[in-house]
Design a protein around this ligand. Structure first.
Ligand SMILES: NC(=O)C1=CN([C@@H]2O[C@H](COP(=O)(O)OP(=O)(O)OC[C@H]3O[C@@H](n4cnc5c(N)ncnc54)[C@H](O)[C@@H]3O)[C@@H](O)[C@H]2O)C=CC1
Ligand SMILES: CC(=O)C(=O)O
Length: 314
């Protein structure tokens, strides 16, 4: 029996980090949760509050805070830092300079202190920061991933599930590309048990599926939430928990997450959302799909936008 405690460090315990901690706790995904934030008083408050919640769980979980440099024993380091909320009208790309500056301080000091786990980046702009973490860390690309378009994929599946009255787990549809404005659903591979999604939709609703309207709805969904409550937190917390679970269980499940490409899809040296098989060592393989002509163009556009923003990194 494997008795080694599974340890997750969450770096940045604001809306996303604190919600992710609560999701990891309630889903019993690890034995140790280590919270890190600049705001020491609030992080200590989170530690005590979560310890109260953990008392209702059947298993034991240790929750603590410590300096980010004490990370040599960590299995998964989740990056959820931010330099401040977006202003109205801004996009995720507008966070680049402030979040990149924070990450530039954190990652080298973790590496200098022996970190050799898996980095999981949620901080926006997610793909660009994932690439930055990979560069700064010097870790193999298998150990650096971003939550990428898995949250968007979940939003797409749940919207289709509602329209079709079929459980989201039975809907094989997903988003590729940037966790941002250039993301797109891969309609050429979307089905319910092999039945093309457009056929299933027409049979169920009597209406043709409006592909563009649905893609747009999913793309804007984060901002629909953001504009109402000033952040999104529970959806991304669920995404973080799901990715951590698949890593710890070595599920070999393929999730559409941000990975460093090294020739896949004809692309090199970029982080972008693609289906990737997860094991206990991180990304074990990237699944390359035969995309339709318009999807290839959309993917390449997404790559170009991410690369242009990588070039802006401080
Ligand atoms: N990938 C996704 O789907 C999603 C990504 N996000 C992104 O997640 C990030 C966090 O969002 P929120 O939690 O709402 O922001 P927040 O402002 O509530 O929390 C950020 C936390 O980072 C901390 N922090 C800043 N510098 C730090 C440092 N050097 N060391 C340790 N902690 C530090 C702050 O003190 C703060 O507590 C943002 O970039 C946001 O856009 C949010 C939702 C979904
Ligand atoms: C904020 C963000 O990236 C999202 O909820 O999709």
């Amino acid at each position: 029996m494997n008795t080694k405690a599974r340890k997750v460090m969450i770096i940045g315990t604001g809306n996303v980090g604190a919600s992710a901690a609560y999701a990891l706790l309630n889903q019993n995904i690890c034995e140790e949760l280590i919270l890190v934030d600049l705001n020491q008083q609030r992080v200590e408050g989170h530690v005590q509050d979560l310890a109260d919640a953990a008392a209702y769980m059947p298993g034991m979980m240790t929750i603590s805070t410590r300096p980010v440099e004490e990370c040599a024993d960590i299995d998964i380091a989740v990056i959820t830092v931010s330099g401040g909320p977006l202003q109205p009208g801004q996009t995720r790309l507008d966070e680049l300079t402030s979040t990149a500056r924070i990450v530039k301080n954190i990652v080298p000091s973790m590496m200098a202190n022996g970190f050799n786990g898996i980095f999981l980046v949620a901080t926006n702009p997610c793909d660009i920061i994932t690439w930055q973490v990979w560069q700064l860390s010097g870790l193999p690309r298998s150990q650096v991933i971003g939550t990428g378009v898995w949250l968007d994929t979940t939003r797409l599946r749940r919207t289709l599930a509602q329209a079709l009255d079929i459980g989201a787990q039975s809907i094989d549809a997903f988003i590729l590309g940037e966790h941002g404005d250039t993301q797109f659903p891969v309609w050429s591979h979307s089905s319910v048990y092999g039945s093309p999604i457009a056929d299933v939709y027409l049979r169920k609703t009597g209406q043709p599926l409006d592909f563009d309207a649905l893609a747009d709805k999913v793309r804007r969904h984060g901002f629909e939430i953001y504009n109402r409550k000033g952040c999104t937190e529970y959806g991304i917390a669920g995404t973080i928990a799901e990715i951590c679970r698949n890593i710890f269980t070595g599920s070999h499940r393929a999730l559409a997450i941000s990975c460093i490409l090294d020739g896949e899809y004809g692309v090199q040296d970029v982080a972008i959302g693609v289906p990737a098989v997860l094991t206990q060592s991180g990304v074990q393989q990237i699944i390359e799909l035969q995309l339709a002509g318009d999807e290839v163009a959309k993917f390449n556009h997404s790559v170009a936008v991410i690369k242009a923003n990588i070039a802006r990194l401080p």
